[in-house]
Design a protein around this ligand. Structure first.
Ligand SMILES: [Zn+2]
Length: 241
């Protein structure tokens, strides 16, 4: 069944990546009436230093935490693709799974992690960012990319814009002054990750948000690399004829 269209699809490898990267912006968007859907690629089953937790138990805990955080932010739906944590590869299968979600939800905006952060960068983050970018363009767009999806009724889809979190090449600062507290509340839902350090983490994030807003007309910002896919030139213009 084809779900209602989302305005924004946030596609991240792990439960909590969205909250760290873009929760303030997500909360602002949902307050503005936008429909935001999360796609979480892995089950997060390696993210612990607690040796008493099995991967299976951890993945159940982390999915519940992510659902709770999404509820705090007004996110409409959370889709789990169930890949193993630390197990992502830039594979045809993963690319196709992401294209499927894009064609199902038909978002104008896609948010993911910046794949081009240098040196120490979680492999799942690097690979997820790259695969999401490739899935948006050109694979979700081209009807011949996946004839079987077309036969299922999943039409090609043009995403209009992308936001990349954790970028070293920031060109967009999003005003989260009014939603920063919700971001911290949503992060606090990820108890298996933040434990009792939420006050300290919130403080660090506030400091960073102040820094990112320096020179802007607002107080707190989340920073992104932004691309307008409608401005990409002849390839896109051709689509519009
Ligand atoms: Zn992550």
């Amino acid at each position: 069944m084809i779900p209602p269209k989302a305005d924004v699809l946030v596609i991240m490898p792990h439960p909590d990546d969205s909250e760290f990267g873009c929760a303030g912006t997500v909360a602002r968007w949902t307050k503005e009436g936008k429909r935001v859907v999360y796609v979480v690629i892995t089950n997060g089953d390696k993210g612990t230093s607690d040796r008493s937790l099995t991967p299976a138990k951890l993945s159940v805990i982390r999915q519940a935490e992510q659902r709770e955080a999404a509820r705090v932010l007004g996110v409409s739906d959370v889709v789990y693709l169930g890949y193993p944590d630390q197990g992502l590869e830039d594979s045809p299968g993963l690319r196709k799974d992401i294209v499927r979600q894009i064609r199902l939800y038909r978002p104008d905006t896609v948010v993911t992690l910046d794949p081009y952060r240098r040196y120490v960068w979680h492999r799942d983050h690097r690979i997820a960012g790259q695969v999401v970018l490739d899935a948006v363009y050109p694979y979700a767009r081209d009807h011949l990319a996946y004839p079987d999806m077309l036969a299922e009724g999943l039409e090609p889809h043009n995403v209009k814009e992308m936001y990349f979190t954790a970028s070293e090449d920031v060109n967009f600062r999003s005003d989260v002054t009014d939603t920063f507290e919700l971001k911290v509340q949503a992060l606090a839902c990820h108890k298996s990750q933040v434990g009792d350090r939420i006050a300290e983490i919130g403080e660090g994030l506030r400091h960073r948000a102040e820094e990112m807003a320096r020179g802007q007309s607002f107080e707190l910002a989340e920073a992104f690399h932004y691309i307008d896919l409608e401005m990409l030139g002849p390839y896109r213009k051709k689509d519009k004829i």
